[in-house]
Design a protein around this ligand. Sequence first.
Ligand code: ATP
Length: 361
Amino acid sequence: MSNVILKKINKVYPNGFNAVKNIDLEIKDKEFMVLVGPSGCGKTTTLRMIAGLEEISDGELLIGEKTVNEVAPKDRNIAMVFQNYALYPHMTIYDNMAFGLKLRKYPKDKIKSKVENAASILGIEDLLKRKPKQLSGGQRQRVALGRAIVREPEVFLMDEPLSNLDAKLRVQTRSELIKLHNRLDTTFVYVTHDQTEAMTMGTRICVMNKGEIQQVDTPKNIYQNPTNTFVAGFIGSPQMNFMNSVIKEENGNVLIEYNGLKLPLTKEMASSVKDGGYIGKEVLMGIRSENILIDKGGFEVTVDVTELLGSEIYIYYSINGEQFIAKETHNMNFKIGDKITVSFDESKIHLFDKESGNKII
Ligand code: ATP
């Protein structure tokens, strides 16, 4: 078993800063768990505590059912891949990959077969005699992975391993890492601030903000059912649109009103807002850009900006100074200054409490 369990883990740095606050997280055996959140939210600190590179201030950490708070990093059966790859510049690629095994006094032939096997998994057999400076960024990144693979760890820990690669290579390496995870069939814990990486790679995603976990779920559930406005705004591109709206009941029908536009709520939504006592109250309505209907009635607006991405176009417009982004995949002919009408698919709206930001339904 190579699950990782964090129980009420806290990190207070010596300057008194509480970087990770009482987090509970169970990373399952063989799972690809992505920790994602904005800069400074505590994801690297969390990963470094799992690795044993940062002391845990409070709480319990278990790897493979064993409490490891006091276990040295080298005895935790984990391997970490860093953002800067941390290769030894004076050593050949072979020696870089073999280094950890030599330290552990593996026999020479065993080291050779492990390094060759990892090199063939990663397609870097031809590079073994070179030095790191003779490699491209993408090749160095593979070597850093290779160094982790030869150790056959129970858990791979990765801190933004793709951030030094150019955009094209990043996309390519993303899918290679997914394949690698399947092939190695072991637990990956992966840190990124990039929500697209999180969405495409994670079997589950843990969204963090300000040292706290906001939501842990599959990419699909997080996208479709965000637990609060932070997660709703952070996951998904373009960002979810939010509108200050009011819940009303008219002639027995529960509806939501935004700027004079009244939308009936679905049965399920209506009973949730009623039960929650939201009739007559302000709420935040969220709508994803793909659920904004264009030229099907509603408000007349002027297109402020368009961004053509090939197979889709982002259309920016504003209502009363609030900016919205709609996404269209059929008609790509919108231009700045065009008059369009916008409305929403009411079955796709999200409702959040205005004060707490938590989802109502
Ligand atoms: P990034 O994506 O920018 O790396 P992160 O989510 O990984 O961000 P951490 O590196 O875990 O964030 O840092 C969390 C918070 O802890 C930040 O506010 C950071 O400034 C603070 N921090 C990190 N290391 C220390 C330290 N040694 N002493 C004091 N505060 C620290």
